[in-house]
Write a protein that binds this ligand. Sequence first.
Ligand code: EUG
Length: 607
Amino acid sequence: MNIATMTARTIPVIIPSLKEKHSGTPVRLSQEAKDAHARLSSNRTLPASQARKRPVRLPPDVSLEKFETAVKELRTEIGDDNVEVNDKPLVDGWYLEHPNTHDAFHIADQEELVSSATVYPGSTEEVQATVRWANKFGIPIYPISIGRNLGYGGAAPRMPGAIVVDLGKRMHQVINIDAENASCVVEPGVTYFKLYEEIQNRNLPLWIDTPDLGGGSVLGNAIDRGVGYTPYGDHFANHCGMELVLPDGELLRTGMGAMPGPDGSDNPTWQSFQHAFGPAIDGIFSQSNFGIVTKMGFHLMPETGHQSYCFTFPRDDDFEHIVDLIRPLAQKRILGNIPQLRHAIQELAVTGGRKKDFHDGAGPMTREEIRTAASKLPLGDCSWVFYGTQYGPPEAIVAQLELIKGEFGKIPGSKFFLPANLPPDHYIHDRASVCSGVPVLRELDWLNWVPNGAHLFFSPIAPTRGKDARTIHELIVAAHQRHGFDLFPTLCVAGREIHYITNIIYDRADPEAKNRAIRLMREMIDECAARGFGEYRTHLLFADQVAGTYNWNNSAFMRFNETIKDVLDPNGILAPGRNGIWPKRFRGKGWELKVDDIDLTTIGPRS
Ligand code: EUG
């Protein structure tokens, strides 16, 4: 173990490194990880774990006797050590030691969104064997890659008592890096940290594309259609070829991979061309429950020059104008990546600040409190911060920056900063890392906002148009006010749409705060939908409601998904309810959680 330290409460803490564990921390970030852990644990009042109130949560319609028989059979197929019954106390842990048994950021009772067991297949054949076993016993399975889909449900199955198929633990090889083609093939357990390290070790002039936190699965994030911040930031768009196990155990390759290579080798263009011939089917395996992806190809970006920067804007009301200035810059691809437009309150949260240091009592911080606190930070008094990065040779970057400064200079009081103008611990340096493909841990600091901090993302899509952006922003502001939550808007602004991401931060030990967070989510989903703004991704427990808003023409889209689901998965074993898609076996039997389901303490069929 390379990191051994003592927390504020003098519990010895060991953070596994990437060498010791597939989901571990790179050595270059060990001090940062240690510090982040110390801050979080000193802000935790809950015990590490509590005795379970109930025994193992069994899969639906499965007796204990049948469960035990099934587990025994799975052990003979996959190995005794590779099947673990979930009967021990539940440990929320933290980002770098996250659970694969339940949702660490529980909104329901901690014991509700839980698995009955975890299986660790070591090969595609073992994934196929697991799927066939699930069909034989009618037991739902829930695949995870790393399980760090945090804020969206983490590693938890949507259906309590499902068996989690933890693919990452034994399937974490970087199968290939093709330096000439600038592409790679990875297994589910390869994190951004690991892929980055692999490329550095081989001294290749290639970049990966990472989200804000680097511990996630490259494959898992892409099939959930996650986002990063180099020019290759659309993770699904930059994938190239999949191998997957269908719900009946069949094995399938997509794109050029559907054609065998010579003499039994992989097709030589599998990582060169995404679409190949015939229907482009890759998309139906993203954000769905139609197959288990066991290998996935990605394009890698050749390294290039880069320069990160930020602009600050003084007034809350500048928002609309900023969005209208970004639109043409993004459409013309003068902006080098997907920039983030963040509210000044994030400057407080990302320093590891605690709300109580800025605000007394309950209720959200006032505008004046935010301004006062932000004015003491390096960027000074402001309302919005635009973080961008330009790419290419130095002369090109200078020319691009002149154009961009000319535009944002139209907003009175705007200020321009380079990383060299800001202290070494300022967030801009982490932004510069992320925007040049270097995975980091910085955004963990948000969770210190409240004790036992947990978070939930609300992620609607809005047009890149000032007045639409204002409409959605005002609606979200009002909803947060009503429910007493601070609002942390980060807008990922493209030329035609905005991913408006807000992070609802709540205290896991406070059932009343959890319930307010649920009401807030439910209301925002419905109010946005009434104006045509829909979520691009959501937490497990809100998927039914969100799926229900995509209901044009008598829900033709969901009916299409259900048709596919019932053909591919007639026994309804694969991730029932994922993204709102329920197999025939469970559909309409009370599992769906709708807008009126405000009490989510217990999860199961309702009458
Ligand atoms: C973030 C961005 C996302 C998302 C969750 C979090 C960033 C937070 C663009 O998508 O889904 C700072």
